[in-house]
Every structure is written in structure tokens, then in C-alpha cells.
Design a protein around this ligand. Sequence first.
Ligand code: SAH
Length: 255
Amino acid sequence: MTEVKAKKFLGQHFLTDERIAERIVESLSTETNHVLEIGPGMGVLTKYLIKKDELDFHVVEIDRESVAYLHDHYPTLDVIEGDFLQYDLTSLFHDTFSIIGNFPYNISSQILFKVFDNRDRVSEVVGMFQKEVAERVAAGPGSKTYGILSVLLSAFYNTKYLFTVNENVFNPPPKVKSAVIRLRRNDVKSLECDEKLFVQVVKAGFNQRRKTLRNALRQLNLPLDRISEETLAKRAEQLSVAQFIEITKTIESCL
Ligand code: SAH
């Protein structure tokens, strides 16, 4: 079967450098037994993963042409044809699992929000994003790229920026540089505050990131009076995860 023709609307940029593919696969922790690959395309990562006999390994791919290619080249592989964002992760593994991929960049944030929503199932994520998203995930307070995903994910994951990847190792080359990151679940079971409210506070804070918290959180219509003046005068990008949890607890105590 001939190669898959890259479709822009599916974010298809096929990795052509085998060494980088191997490096990504090797970044998965060795404790991992259950693995889901998102968007295998023509299987540049898949072919290394499938060699690991000990793995319970599945792939989810939306593109029918890629699915046909995978069936042809990897007849024993379990290919789920469909949209990862719509896919019900509870139906696949009974245990925790890892996610790997050179992800479709047009849905990067949505993939990461889905990981956050499934944080008690997803023990690890290793994969390629556009560099800017990778930096955002790995950023800490005070940095320009620190944002909603940095806070939400670092509450439950240890994040690590692994390496930068040039655009010329893809076919077709994307317009931006890429980077591989790894997220590993930390041992926080719960944040000891209302987690829905925590998400609301973080989102409201960063939606108006130039404003002080006093102004940014006003839209929530929640009691802010017990939060210290010092905290209210800060901007979301200056706050650590622990401080967001404190703010959430303070609001909760007034409800
Ligand atoms: N991993 C391959 C392909 C990367 S391109 C490589 O490195 O060469 C991104 C891949 O994600 C494409 O195969 C594309 O078809 C697939 N994809 C795009 N949107 C998807 C979705 N919502 N669910 C599953 N796969 C998707």
C-alpha cells in the first residue's frame, strides 16, 4: 500500500527521523504495561511499541486512510478507528495506563484537558506537541507561558520538557518547532479543596491574566472578602498551585 497523503485538517505531519521516534518511545517509564497511542499515522512510533511484547497496546486513529495503512502493515495491532476526544477511556483499560503520541497539534489543548479529566486513569503522558504548548505545560509561576494548563496539570503531574525537535524532520514540515514532554502522575490523590471550584478559579484568573485577581475573579460572583489584600493584588501568573488551592479553600469557607 502506498503512503498516506498528509491531510492538513487532521494535523498530519509525519515524523521521518527514526532516532527521534525511538527516543520518544524510550521515554516511557518501564513500569508501564498499558499504553494508548494517539494518532499513529503510518506508525513511526507504533513499530517500536509493538515490539514490546509485555505491553497491552492499542492505538486510536481518526484517519481512515491511516487506519487502512496500519491494518496492512501491522496486522496484529489493535486499531481503534475514531476520535480520541470522543473516545470513552473507561472502556479500554481497567487499570491505569500511559498515553503516547506525536499528537495532532490542532487538538493539543483538548488532549491535555482530557488527560486532566482522566487524571486517576492516566499515569503518564509522553509525546510531541508544538514547542509553545510544550513550554506552557512545563512552565512554572512567573513565566510568560505559565497558564491554565500549567496549573491544572502540575497539580497532578510532574512535568518535564525533554527535548526540542526541528520542523525539518517531518513530512510535510510544520510551521513551528516541536518539543517532546513527559508528564508523570504525582501522588496527590485530591487537592483537599473543591476541585471544580479550583478549576473555575484558575480559569477565571488566567482568562484575564493582565488583571489583578481582585478584578479577574469578580466574574465568578463568589465571596472574595476573606482572601488577603496581598493575594488579591497579584495576577494569576504569579501564583503557585498551592496558592490557587489556598484561594479556593478560602472561598469555599465563605459559601
Ligand atoms: N504519529 C504519526 C502521525 C502524527 S500526525 C507520526 O509521528 O508520524 C497526527 C496524527 O493524529 C495523524 O495520523 C492524524 O490522522 C491523527 N489524528 C488527528 N486528529 C485525531 C483525533 N481526534 N483522534 C485520533 N487521531 C487523530
